[in-house]
Design a protein around this ligand. Structure first.
Ligand SMILES: [Fe+2]
Length: 347
């Protein structure tokens, strides 16, 4: 995805009344903070397009050109870069400098390690009980996000910089949710930041519950305790509201709805089907996988691989959930190549 770092802005006059250009013309939409291709290189700016461009500019749009086409633009339009204000060098903000450094680090990491296969790495992590590589890859990638896009991205960057270092229970859920969302083709940094913040904050409501309750497997709780435990979603939502943390509505939904299930048997609102956001189901399913594996549900630890096999075979066992909707469920049961595991077992 292209960001503001990929473009420089020009004025309408810089097109000099020409109607064909060897460079691509983009338009920046200030409402959505996105750049869209307006005119491809060497395509005519027809009268209709010209009128439309004028309309977009009158609504606050800006004309932009890719920085990699800077030389083509300057030559074709006969400008020196000192004549284009956005090309004059400016002092970068500290966070911009940091991002440029992080982009270089990511390049070096990719050169050194080659393509990253989440499915293979997840399988190795589960086998070795070591998620360091998954957490490291996630951290390096998130740190390349642009801070200027949304408050939730800024918070995701802050949480990543401060916490996504060590291989611990919460970081396993955060990093796996992030990479799992990508396998479900969720690639927009804004949505991925919602996943990061939602995964980090979805259990903040636990802070309002008795510690003994949190140490007791869910299935061993009495009815009254269970009802109180289930309030961690509402309590988390309440804490976020009280804190006035500037989170996107979708991220707030992840915190509130991560226990909602497609068949309507979830909580707190017994939401049903498509009324549950996919991102809530993603974080909910990954958190459930780790919760079940660690014994937080039924008191017995179980390897993630065998949980996925049980989910795939729909082998019912108390507390095991797989009602996350077809899309999430199908991605979840293919997280590990269970056919290969079954072959291994037979051998
Ligand atoms: Fe939860």
């Amino acid at each position: 995805m292209k960001t503001e770092y990929d473009f420089f802005m020009i004025e309408r006059d810089h097109l000099k009344g020409k109607n064909i250009f060897p460079f691509q013309v983009y338009v920046f939409n200030p409402l959505h903070k996105k750049y869209s291709m307006f005119l491809n290189g060497n395509r005519p700016l027809t009268k209709e397009l010209d009128i439309f461009l004028e309309f977009l500019l009158s609504r606050g749009g800006k004309i932009a050109v890719l920085k990699k086409q800077r030389r083509t633009f300057l030559t074709a339009q006969d400008f020196h870069e000192s004549e284009i204000p956005s090309l004059k060098s400016r002092e970068l903000h500290e966070l911009e400098k940091e991002r440029i450094m992080n982009l270089k680090l990511k390049e070096m990491y990719d050169d050194k390690n080659g393509a990253f296969s989440f499915q293979s790495e997840f399988e190795i992590a589960c086998e070795t009980d070591n998620f360091e590589k998954i957490i490291e890859f996630t951290r390096i990638e998130i740190l390349t996000f642009s801070v200027t896009q949304s408050h939730t991205i800024s918070l995701a960057l802050h949480l990543t910089k401060s916490h996504l270092h060590t291989d611990n229970y919460l970081n396993r859920i955060v990093a796996t949710s992030y990479l799992f969302a990508k396998t479900a083709n969720i690639l927009d940094p804004v949505a991925l930041a919602d996943i990061i913040c939602g995964a980090y904050l979805s259990h903040i409501g636990y802070t309002q519950l008795p510690l003994t309750m949190l140490k007791t497997p869910v299935l061993s709780l009495g009815e009254k305790e269970k009802r109180l435990f289930e309030k961690h979603t509402i309590l988390g939502n309440h804490l976020i509201k009280k804190s006035q943390l500037d989170l996107s509505e979708r991220c707030k939904k992840i915190i509130l709805d991560h226990h909602e299930r497609i068949n309507g048997n979830g909580y707190p609102s017994m939401k049903h089907g498509e009324s549950i956001e996919t991102l809530s189901l993603i974080v909910g399913s990954i958190a459930h996988l780790f919760e079940f594996s660690s014994g937080k549900i039924n008191g017995n630890k179980q390897p993630i691989k065998s949980i996925i096999i049980n989910m795939k075979n729909k082998t019912f066992s108390p507390g095991l959930e797989f009602d996350f909707g077809d899309k999430v469920y199908n991605s979840l049961v293919t997280l590990i190549n269970t056919d290969k595991i079954e072959v291994k077992k037979v051998a």
